[in-house]
Design a protein around this ligand. Structure first.
Ligand SMILES: [Zn+2]
Ligand SMILES: [Zn+2]
Length: 175
């Protein structure tokens, strides 16, 4: 997801360019498995401090259900916004000092290119919920026999938690 922004940085502040994103075989992160292309749209705008990239990507991730451990495909729509700062003057080539809030932005590289891959990776990671479910009402696995309860009930007795089991023992002793 590399864009050359030399022309844009030579244009007046406020100028913007728009691009479609259509990337095949993107490896975003070791822990993320992207299925198929990443598509989307980005607007690059020349701003006073450098460049602002905002847009969105659509992608499909291979996920594992938190409850039943089944693999499933999760479609995601991920908006993003990122600021980039120039590291050299686009006309003279003179090096520029990084801005004071450097950690909030990414550098434009020596070839006047920006790479949105890291931006997209970070935004995708933020959008992934803590709990990923194959379906909202996934019944999960039986904690005793491990059967997938989406396929039907098992023969296990319902589990009682430890406080209740004390009560159960008391009741049994009374019988
Ligand atoms: Zn599930
Ligand atoms: Zn069971």
């Amino acid at each position: 997801m590399i864009f050359n922004v030399a022309q844009l940085m030579k244009s007046p502040v406020g100028t913007s360019l728009e691009y479609d994103i259509d990337e095949q075989n993107v490896q975003l992160d070791n822990d993320l498995k992207v299925i198929g292309p990443i598509t989307g749209h980005v607007r690059l705008r020349h701003i006073n401090q450098g460049l602002l990239a905002d847009g969105w990507v659509d992608l499909t991730l291979a996920q594992e259900c938190t409850r039943c451990l089944k693999q499933f495909e999760q479609q995601m729509h991920v908006p993003f916004e990122e600021r980039f700062y120039p590291t050299m003057d686009v006309v003279t080539g003179a090096p520029l000092r990084p801005p004071d809030d450097e950690e909030d932005a990414f550098p434009i590289d020596d070839h006047h290119q920006i790479d949105l891959t890291e931006t997209v990776r970070q935004h995708v990671l933020l959008e992934i919920p803590m709990v990923t479910l194959c379906k909202e009402d996934c019944a999960g696995l039986c904690s005793q026999c491990g059967k997938d309860l989406n396929e039907g009930p098992c023969d296990c007795k319902p589990e009682v938690d430890s406080r209740l089991s004390v009560l159960q023992t008391l009741l049994q002793n009374q019988e």
